[in-house]
Design a binder for this molecule. Structure first.
Ligand code: SAM
Ligand code: 2KA
Ligand code: SF4
Ligand code: MG
Length: 261
């Protein structure tokens, strides 16, 4: 098993000391905070930057509540304390990697997410945002990674009546997703497919978003290597036949579904 890259040495480019000073707040020490479930160093397991050593910042709190969420400690039962933008910027420098992944929960829910990405980019870090694409935040990043949520991800109506309704209402604002795409330097659209019945919606949403096929990643729903391998048997073939890209969630194969990886 490949171990996560905790405290790994700076791998590419210049050392952190030459990358400028923290600039989260140009007037001095920032007191702006975000609620953070966890930070860790690992390899990007999904999408176009798969395999890239990255510092992950996971905000806590989500406006959707998918039934399959692999990080319930940041959505269904949000954990974590407020952390300042300065301290997150410092932790990103200390991680000695060039890529930061801002994820959640839903990282675009807090207004402060735009200040945080600005602070990270101001010291030369590459910032990916992992988002479900439901919040129209005016935020800058290097890679906007949008994972639109199909109707099949809606939580059970009987067990969670309020979240069932909210999820349905919020999950697919095409115009908002389009604006997030238009504002970012680069983007990818990363669908979670649970069953063959999702494929029709995938094609509809891809067409509504008007994105080229090479920007579309198709990812199986699953949190074990067994689930992913079983899904890949039918899903990767369909993905190839359509000209989309297959996304195997490599971190699950490398580390298992473990927190902090
Ligand atoms: C936990 S979410 C956080 C960011 C944002 N809320 C979102 O959903 O895109 C991070 C990534 O994990 C994916 N994900 C979560 N649970 C999953 C599961 N059971 N199977 C496959 N992908 C999953 C999401 O679709 C998203 O791409
Ligand atoms: N290794 C690793 N890669 C990831 N890519 C996206 C993730 C996420 O939770 O957003 C994630 C994650 O949780 N771990
Ligand atoms: S939108 Fe993302 S964080 Fe929220 S419940 Fe769905 S998968 Fe989890
Ligand atoms: Mg994850």
């Amino acid at each position: 098993m490949i171990s996560p890259l905790r405290n790994s040495k700076f791998l590419h480019g210049s050392p952190p000391s030459t990358r400028g000073t923290p600039t989260g707040d140009p007037t001095g020490t920032s007191t702006t905070t975000l609620r953070i479930a966890e930070t860790f160093v690992s390899r990007q397991g999904e999408g176009s930057l798969t395999g890239t050593d990255s510092f992950f910042i996971r905000t806590s709190g989500c406006n959707l509540r998918c039934w399959f969420c692999d990080t319930p400690y940041a959505s269904w039962r949000p954990e974590g304390a407020p952390q300042s933008i300065d301290s997150l910027q410092k932790a990103a420098i200390d991680a000695k990697v060039e890529h930061v992944v801002l994820t959640g929960g839903e990282p675009l829910l807090p207004l402060e997410s735009s200040t945080l990405t600005e602070a990270l980019r101001s010291i030369g870090l590459h910032v990916t945002i992992e988002t479900a694409g439901t919040v129209d935040r005016d935020v800058q990043c290097d890679l906007m990674s949008i994972s639109p949520k199909f109707r099949s991800s809606t939580p059970d109506r009987t067990k969670h009546p309020r979240w069932h309704e909210l999820h349905q209402k919020r999950r697919m604002p095409i115009d908002t997703m389009r604006r997030l795409i238009d504002r970012s330097d680069d983007y990818q659209v990363k669908f979670v497919v649970d069953a063959p019945t999702d494929l029709e919606e995938l094609l509809e949403v891809t067409s509504a978003l008007a994105v080229p096929k090479e920007k579309v990643w198709v990812m199986p729903q699953g949190i074990t290597p067994e689930e992913l391998d079983k899904a890949s048997m039918w899903l990767s073939e369909w993905t190839d036949s359509q000209g989309f890209r297959y996304c195997d969630r490599m971190h699950i194969h490398w580390y298992g579904n473990r927190r902090g990886t």
